[in-house]
Design a binder for this molecule. Structure first.
Ligand code: SF4
Length: 332
């Protein structure tokens, strides 16, 4: 790593990912004008409903999806999409997927699963030691006890630890974890989240944790970015966003958490199709503040229907892409 202290490890600027439309629909803007920074050792939670574009954004950061606009910069260098550049990038930025059963080949032992990345990248050192170290860091100790075991012989939590060990073995600087505990029992979730926090403390590992669960963000993240229909609509520290949410979408997501006070705000309808992003504020058809008259009383209702709120900047202060509390810095 060559970044100066506190300089972002990864920066995302004006990022767009558009897919061709299906069955006569127009192009789908899965990611649309995203700005985001992740600093060394920082854990950022990317939160939103299913289909909001968060997994597509995560894949774009790994170079698994090529953006149609904007750029991703890692350690001061713009990501290029040659095979060689992507290989080097994926050594430093590792993906941890949701379902450990789907990520692990049932015919591969734990040793082979963890060693796979080393072999792909032509590791020249002591493979056995690297595998043992990675398993230990992932909390599978003594590591040798797990070498010859197969995925079906492990618990769900142990399988997820093997997946994490497979990511750690290449000594990355950033993990992109896509719903890392969604498929696990509640009792194991806390253990895996504690592991991610310990890896940050011990190894200085940064992480982007993609989740639909704001409660999970509270337990693990330094900062939160809330995504709706391809755009980040609110960012800030975890305390700012989760204790004083400013965007009506974040407020609605928080209101349905079991521990939330007051009446849950049930959003009407499904998120619109990314091939038909509404004009004005993309959230306006479902916005409780527009429906209950708050936007009208504040004199912004017309703007809600006709004017896209400004795109949020990547800096770390609290921001909301809403006409009720405009803090975006760039013209949309
Ligand atoms: Fe709701 Fe208007 Fe804010 Fe959009 S801009 S979230 S419609 S109040």
């Amino acid at each position: 790593m060559t970044t100066t202290p506190n300089a972002p490890l990864l920066t995302v600027r004006d990022l767009g990912v558009t897919f061709p439309g299906r069955q006569g629909a127009g192009p789908a803007r899965a990611v649309d004008g995203v700005q985001l920074d992740i600093r060394p050792g920082e854990i950022v939670a990317l939160v939103g409903e299913s289909g909001c574009g968060k997994s597509t954004l995560a894949r774009a950061l790994l170079g698994l999806v090529k953006p149609t606009a904007g750029q991703v910069t890692y350690d001061g260098r713009e990501l290029s999409y040659s095979q060689r550049a992507l290989r080097a990038h994926r050594r430093q930025v590792q993906l941890v997927l949701q379902d450990p059963s789907g990520s692990l080949n049932p015919r591969h032992t734990v040793y082979d699963a963890v060693a796979e990345g080393l072999r792909i990248h032509g590791h020249a050192g002591d493979e056995r030691k690297a595998v043992a170290d990675a398993l230990s860091r992932a909390g599978l100790r003594p590591p040798e006890r797990f070498f010859l075991r197969y995925p079906h012989e492990l618990s769900g939590g142990q399988r997820q630890r093997v997946v994490i060990a497979g990511a750690l073995v290449l000594e990355p600087e950033l993990l992109v974890a896509d719903e890392p505990v969604a498929s696990l029992d509640a009792s194991v979730r806390g253990e895996i989240l504690a592991l991610l926090l310990r890896l940050r403390t011990e190894l200085g590992l940064a992480a982007l944790v993609v989740t639909h669960d704001l409660g999970l963000a509270w337990n693990i993240a330094d900062r939160v970015a809330v995504m709706y229909l391809g755009r980040i609509v609110e960012t800030g520290t975890v305390e700012e966003v989760l204790t004083s949410p400013r965007h009506p979408y974040t407020q609605a997501l928080l209101s349905v958490l079991p521990e939330a006070p007051g009446t849950p705000v049930v959003l009407s309808g499904e998120p619109p199709d990314p091939s038909r992003i509404p004009s004005g504020c993309r959230f306006h058809a479902r916005c409780p503040a527009l429906a209950n008259g708050e936007a009208e009383r504040a004199g912004v209702a017309e703007a809600c229907r006709t004017k896209d709120p400004a795109v949020l900047n990547a800096d770390t202060r609290s921001q909301s892409a809403c006409h009720l509390s405009p803090t975006g810095l760039m013209p949309a």
